[in-house]
Design a protein around this ligand. Structure first.
Ligand code: ZN
Ligand code: ZN
Length: 328
């Protein structure tokens, strides 16, 4: 099969012939139908996340069709369409796993990071961590739901019942979660790079009541904010925009350093928290709510061999919605 391979962080991916992975135990083999490109992939390519498997097949927003099942697989069968998200495996035994926090499992394995992922024609995944895909979504439409949607949803739940919700960084996750927030009766305030009229217009088109630059103060105090952009300076900016008792949720896996800021910004029982990974419970909840909203995803298709181009466009902030690789 063909796969886009990362040999070393800092280098572009290369298209190569690669052995088709065989499923063992509870794994299934999947033909990749679509795989979305996530900012986390960029962090791995740029060497900002430690100790990736190398050489590595990136990609953790995989829509695939089961082509083979491992000798112990019992949940999935050949021909089924499923999704493969970032959480590829957890031990099920540690204190975190037993407390329903498998996202924090110290032995967890992650698709497209410590396990090979979906920038390829075939992949394997543990059937217990595969996610059902609602039928009405096409393969490319469904792919961004698997991380932008799931991590976005977990970030959204951390804001409780906040009515006025700020979203910093209006990319793949934001464009999905803005739709869910609006469906839940919240008002979305979208913050983008200064002068990014296109992103601001995109946000308004998805129902944001206000869109402006990240440095700006919104017209009203916010009840909560989610930061999807990997920019630490947005933490004090968001705290300054949030009311007393409000929360600022950092939704990314990596962020530049947070600059020091006056305690006054945190005072008043404001809080800052991060979202790490996802649980299967998040996936079940989000995949139930997405078709009810219904969430529509905006995608830009790329052939598999143009993965570097897709990553570069993401880096440059040139994408609207999510880039999706199509191996066929
Ligand atoms: Zn991701
Ligand atoms: Zn565990």
């Amino acid at each position: 099969m063909r796969a886009m391979i990362l040999d070393q962080p800092g280098q572009p991916l290369t298209l190569r012939d690669w052995p088709v992975p065989e499923p063992h135990g509870r794994q299934v083999q999947l033909q990749v139908l679509a795989c979305a490109v996530c900012r986390t992939d960029l962090h791995v390519v740029d060497g900002e996340l430690p100790n990736p498997k190398l050489p590595l097949v990136l990609g953790h927003e995989i829509v695939g069709r089961v082509t083979l099942v491992g000798e112990q697989a019992s949940l999935l069968s050949i021909g089924q369409r499923v999704g493969v998200p970032w959480l590829g495996w957890a031990d099920g035994e540690c204190a975190f796993c037993r407390a329903g926090q498998e996202n924090l499992c110290p032995n967890a394995r992650f698709t497209g990071y410590t396990l090979d992922g979906g920038y390829a024609e075939y992949t394997v995944a543990d059937e217990r961590y595969c996610v059902p895909i609602p039928e009405q979504y096409s393969d490319p439409e469904a792919a961004p739901l698997l991380c932008a949607g799931l991590i976005g949803y977990r970030s959204l739940t951390k804001t409780g019942d906040a009515k006025r919700l700020g979203i910093y960084g209006f990319g793949a996750a934001a464009h999905i979660i803005a739709q869910v927030a609006r469906y839940q009766g919240r008002s979305v305030y979208a913050f983008t790079r200064r002068g990014d009229q296109q992103a601001q217009q995109f946000a308004r088109g998805l129902g944001a009541v206000w869109a402006g630059a990240s440095e700006e103060r919104p017209p009203e105090e916010l009840d909560a904010a989610i930061i999807f952009a990997p920019v630490g300076a947005l933490v004090p900016a968001a705290l300054a925009a949030v009311r007393k008792g409000g929360v600022v949720v950092c939704g990314g896996i990596h962020m530049s350093d947070i600059p020091s800021f006056p305690y006054e910004l945190l005072w008043g029982e404001r809080s800052v928290c991060s979202v790490a990974n996802l649980t299967r419970q998040d996936a079940a909840e989000f995949m139930a709510i997405a078709p009810r909203v219904p969430v529509h995803t905006t995608t830009q298709p790329f052939p598999l061999q143009q993965a570097n181009e897709a990553l570069n466009q993401l880096r440059g902030g040139k994408l609207q919605g999510a880039a999706v690789l199509l191996p066929m």
